[in-house]
Design a protein around this ligand. Structure first.
Ligand code: SF4
Ligand code: SF4
Length: 364
């Protein structure tokens, strides 16, 4: 496993981190132990960056981590989060930190994320007097957390604005072989400012391994699986400190950590070449993150957008209807019920034209 300096924090972290959002329900609903063993296996193989959050895996992820940490001899760093939608002020954040510490059996959290900042308006709310950042800062002064970082789905320009204001030591953001052009500016700005850069969603919500032909261009080594190639794609960027795939089984851990052993160096030339291959579909794919949920018309947007992904990848309308019918057991009619309120587009982490796509689907 290779290690990189996390910004200016003095921490050396494994280039492959453990994303604690993919534990299997069939495992944790019976016992925490099977999931905890997955975490421990990652530690044995050199992973020392463990990311979790309240609410992941039916709110069990932090508890699973805590179970694993009881019996993990290698040193490790922990990242968890508080969200502006549930921890609205400094006191809420304090309570959240205390709860996370208790659940994980820790005395301090290494990296505490102001979670999922979607736009500058939310950022201002996080930073407002008496707001979440203030709560985190106080906890830091008291030694309950070490570094305040932020996690975001903002576009590159907004990330640059946040980074340049200088309140954070690192950033967690979605970056992969699908959306890289969209976030280049953000990772560059963070790197130049000396922040650690953690990249979540390196497999594009599963889209990359599910479409091996389309994404074959990211493979530099024939012996790598597409998952490994996608992780290496991120790891090879000098701007990126940690690649964070979600892991739910020991097999996944063993496959993922191999990507952290050797990887090339990403150059502008390679990126430009890849961008050309992705052409107009750059960042156009839905990653399935589900942040657009809560439609007033109960339209299952992520499922419709997933079906539209198939159209982008196959250029056939039948790919949409087939995906809806055979994969999701749905039909296109519900898409026509959109009242264009715009709520989903305001929340979409990929800034997709959801309304336009729903109209397209309704009319195929
Ligand atoms: S714009 Fe349409 S799909 Fe989006 S939340 Fe509003 S009604 Fe639902
Ligand atoms: S439409 Fe946007 S917010 Fe919704 S799942 Fe897809 S990428 Fe995520």
């Amino acid at each position: 496993m290779q290690y990189k300096e996390y910004g200016k924090t003095g921490k050396k972290v494994s280039v492959i981190g453990f994303g604690g959002m993919r534990f299997r329900k069939e495992d944790y609903s019976k016992s925490m132990e099977k999931c905890a063993a997955v975490v421990r296996r990652a530690s044995e193989l050199g992973v020392n960056y463990f990311d979790t959050a309240p609410n992941y895996c039916d709110d069990k992820s932090e508890e699973i981590m805590g179970e694993a940490f009881k019996d993990m001899p290698n040193p490790f760093y922990v990242s968890t989060k508080s969200a502006i939608w549930s921890e609205k002020n400094a006191d809420d954040v304090r309570r959240r930190i205390e709860k996370s510490l208790k659940r994980m059996g820790l005395e301090k959290i290494t990296f505490f994320n102001m979670w999922c900042i979607l736009n500058l308006e939310q950022y201002r709310k996080v930073m407002a007097p008496g707001g979440p950042y203030e709560g985190a800062l106080k906890a830091k002064e008291e030694g309950l957390i070490e570094h305040i970082v932020f996690s975001t789905h903002c576009n590159g320009e907004d990330i640059e604005t946040i980074v340049n204001e200088g309140y954070f030591e690192g950033v967690t953001l979605g970056y992969n072989a699908t959306n890289f052009a969209f976030r280049q500016r953000g990772i560059k700005a963070a790197y130049e400012k000396g922040l650690g850069v953690v990249t979540m969603n390196p497999l594009g919500g599963g889209i990359i391994p599910q479409n091996p032909e389309f994404y074959s261009f990211i493979k530099e080594n024939e012996n790598d699986s597409l998952v490994q190639a996608a992780l290496k794609f991120n790891a090879s960027h000098k701007e990126i400190t940690v690649v964070l795939p979600g892991m739910g089984t020991i097999e996944e851990v063993e496959e993922n950590v191999k990507a952290g052993e050797n990887f090339g160096e990403m150059t502008e030339e390679k990126l430009n070449k890849m961008a050309k291959m992705l052409n107009e579909s750059l960042d156009a794919l839905c990653t399935g993150c589900q942040y657009c949920k809560g439609c007033p018309k109960d339209i299952e947007i992520p499922k419709y957008m997933d079906a539209y992904n198939m159209y982008i990848l196959n250029k056939e309308n039948t790919a949409i209807s087939d995906r809806l019918k055979w994969h999701w057991g749905m039909n296109k009619e519900k898409a026509a019920e959109c009242i264009e309120c715009g709520k989903c587009e305001a929340q979409c982490t990929q800034h997709l034209p959801i309304i336009e796509r729903l109209k397209y689907i309704a009319n195929i």
